[in-house]
Design a protein around this ligand. Sequence first.
Ligand code: HEM
Length: 377
Amino acid sequence: GTTYPFYGEHQAGIVTPAQDRLHFAAFDVLDVSRDELIELLQDWTVAAANMTAGQDIGRHGAVGGPQSAPPEDTGEALGLPAAGLTITFGFGRSLFRTKDGDDRFGLGRRMPDALEPIPPFAIDSLSEASSDGDLCVQACADDPQIAVHAIRNLSRIAFGRASIRWSQLGFGRTSSTSKSQTTPRNLFGFKDGTASIKSEDAGTVNKWVWAKGSGSEAWMNGGSYLVARKIRMIIETWDRQSLQEQERVFGRSKGEGGPLSGGKEFDEPDFAAPGTGGNPMIDVAAHVRLAHPKQNSGIQLLRRGYNYVDGNDELGRLNAGLFFISFQSDHRTGFSAIQANLRRDAMNEYVRHVSSGLFAVPPGISDGGFIGQRLFA
Ligand code: HEM
């Protein structure tokens, strides 16, 4: 099976070719000291390095320890390959300063400007209980059992120090982050990820994905900022729309995924191309027009989201949508700028944002270090 190195200049799980499955969790740190927080991050680092290499956690693993003690690894990954597992850690604003202004870990003056909260948007319907958090862990793998095993064991290791605030399972990646991947589809049935940043475009990645921290923010240099948005799709309304209307909403064809101005999937849209009745071929409110770099001062996003279905509601409607994740050097010149420009998006009629998270994802580390080490130096 595929394994990705845990150690390196950047954390894995950002430009890594998007795997098929996600388990994302946001944690709140309990009433512990700064040293205990550091110990948690050290323990998480060691466990994550083991799991991403396809190994059991701990010295004795799932079944090699004494009969009288709980096993160090919960065991459901025994016999399974690493399945391309990556584990990516991030720090929320409340780790640096609580809502009441409390600097519990002495990190307040190292809080990066880019953790300025995401502004509210008109289509927000956010639940506070399933938004934000002190820490986040994004586990991605090609096997759901492997992704769940990772979050479960990190949560178990955190016992008494941090607990899960909210979490999300995702299936079916909705983006490609490498030119070697085919473009997958979201639950509206459209190809998704066509124009997302690809890891092969080193200059673009460097400009739009990696943070360039200096001074009190130097610890973030080579990191990135993760925005997570749980976006509920109003599937039943969508499914009653004509194919023509569905294609108008995105400005792309549903089959090929090419721009409605003509051409194949990867051809540039021509937003000026005239259609019928004095309207352009790509509607003025089409998602792709409003999200395109031409309408957003050149901004490009690395999207890395997943489909989700959380069962159904009492009327038998699927509780489903897209768990949107983007990585950027600063959300104010990334997600938030584009989302502001989407206020007239034709897609808004069919979606509602229900959770939100913003996390500073520190750079990678070398063997022997721990995640976020430079923040605590
Ligand atoms: C493009 C779907 C939310 C930013 C696209 C495309 C689709 C799509 C089908 C065209 C293919 C592609 O280039 O990937 C969706 C769905 C969403 C959603 C179903 C929510 C349920 C968002 C959000 C943002 C965003 C919240 C950022 C604020 C973009 C960008 C592009 C794009 C930057 C590329 C535009 C271009 O350069 O052509 N999206 N999207 N999308 N979307 Fe979304």
